[in-house]
Design a protein around this ligand. Structure first.
Ligand code: EPZ
Length: 430
């Protein structure tokens, strides 16, 4: 099993280039099968979640062709099945976007019901409620969601909670329904906006994405398009907090600074300097940082996908901070791992009370999920001595070239498989 071995203590200094947003790409690549004409999508991150989704798309018969590492051409005209294999849903929940895409295009879809995952139980009732409102019959049979309709029609849908996945899934199906759909209490995340923009580039008529009311006028069919995915705000935020944790100075390039504002505001509040440029932000942390309180919220609030990373930074800040996780119930699993590095964090329900300490010490730890894994790497970069992060397969689901990009910033980090490689690393770094 691959692991990262890290010698901590180097401030991160330099420039890092951010790739396309994984969570936008998952939705957009799925939406690309909704036309029978070819679609080219650029700025796709080369991460395992995307590669699994592309496999799921090609297994139902769509043609997928990788033009280069970050560009894919998809043609949905060759699709021969509306039934998605459980193997894909098990590996990557976002394959459930095929439900909205196939239902919209073929008025029928069969996708296994995803189970819970490492960060929480993650029900999809709002997705199904939306499809039903559009006129589909939705049943669960033998673990599979079977959705079908003679005709989909527009509807006025009130979401019971703000859900990125449900907003996108319903938007896709409604794009090819007859008449007008209004989604109220819609998610406002940049990846929702990017998916709407992409669908519009294929001829859909979607207005209001980025606000909490999205209006969709159904069209008969979609057409060819060429589109580039927005930069990944969570990848960017991860490097911003890595710079803060290591008292570094990092220019995070190829970002949309507006998408990063919740994170920028917290970094400034705890004592970092943040300079904004047109498509970059520079984070400088010169002194020990200060405490703050954070509550995760849907966009434009502080993202749940950045909760572990900010908690690591606060674990090293002066004073006591309170972090409240309000989106997923199981997103503090990394705290036990951080405790092995000396952190002083007490979790009560959905709240972590963090007493900042001056230094963490390297230890052997396990990545419990994608973002927590990235946060533990940040902890290792800031800690004294050697840290080994196991189960990095989670990290590779969402971060392209994580170790390589960190090395370019001066980090001593290597990806290893064997124990003896860890010994070699220890000897080399002293
Ligand atoms: C998306 O998940 C992201 N995944 C997650 O990123 C991210 O953490 C999350 O949004 C919140 O920002 C993708 O975009 C592929 P939700 P999603 O539906 O769409 C509840 C990462 O690390 N809910 O917005 O599944 C749900 O349980 C991943 O990149 C229902 O109750 O999240 C949660 O409490 C992890 N019923 C809240 O809503 C529903 O039908 C928000 O979930 C749907 C959601």
């Amino acid at each position: 099993m691959d692991k990262f071995v890290i010698k901590g203590g180097n401030p991160l200094v330099g420039e890092v280039e951010i790739g396309g947003a994984k969570n936008a790409a998952l939705a957009i690549l799925t939406a690309a099968i909704m036309t029978d004409e070819p679609v080219t999508v650029e700025n796709i991150p080369d991460v395992s979640d995307i590669n699994v989704l592309l496999e799921a798309i090609s297994v139902i018969g769509a043609t997928t062709e990788r033009i280069d590492r970050h560009t894919v051409r998809i043609n949905g005209s060759t699709i021969g099945s509306i039934s998605v294999d459980y193997e894909f849903i098990k590996k990557i929940r976002a394959s459930y976007y095929l439900l909205g895409a196939l239902l919209g295009k073929y008025k029928r879809a069969e996708v296994p019901l995803p189970g819970g995952c490492n960060i929480g139980s993650r029900p999809i009732d709002q997705h199904l409620k939306g499809f039903r409102a559009l006129g589909a019959t939705v049943e669960i049979r033998h673990g599979v969601i079977v959705a079908s309709a003679e005709n989909l029609h527009g509807a006025h849908i009130f979401m019971d909670m703000v859900s990125v996945g449900a907003t996108i899934n319903i938007m896709m199906a409604a794009a090819l329904a007859q008449g007008n759909t209004i989604i109220e209490n819609a998610a406002r995340e940049p990846h929702v906006v990017d998916t709407a923009n992409f669908l519009n580039s294929m001829g859909a008529n979607i207005k209001g994405a980025g606000t909490d009311v999205i209006r969709i006028r159904g069209v008969e069919k979609l057409h060819r398009s060429s589109y580039a995915i927005v930069p990944d705000m969570i990848e960017a935020g991860t490097y911003m907090f890595a710079a803060a944790a290591t008292k570094g100075d990092v220019l995070v390039k190829n970002v949309i600074p507006k998408h990063l504002e919740a994170m920028t505001a917290k970094l400034v509040e705890i004592g970092c300097d943040v300079e904004e440029f047109d498509d970059a932000v520079r984070i400088t942390a010169k002194h020990r940082l200060g405490r703050t309180h954070v509550k995760t919220l849907p966009y434009p609030g502080f993202p749940t996908d950045m909760q572990p990373q900010i908690s690591v930074v606060l674990g090293l800040a002066e004073g006591t901070s309170i972090v409240t996780e309000s989106i997923f119930e199981n997103r503090f699993k990394y705290v036990d791992e951080l405790a092995r590095m000396g952190a002083s964090i007490k979790v009560e329900g959905n709240t972590a009370i963090i007493d900042g300490i001056a230094t963490l010490t390297g230890a052997r730890i396990n990545a419990p999920d994608l973002r927590a894994g990235a946060a533990l790497v940040i902890a290792g970069l800031a800690a004294e001595g050697i840290t080994v992060v196991e189960d990095i397969v989670y990290i590779e689901r969402g971060y392209e070239d994580f170790d390589k990009k960190l090395r370019l910033l001066g980090a001593e980090i290597e990806k290893v498989t064997e124990e003896r490689e860890i010994q070699k690393f220890r000897l080399r770094v002293g």
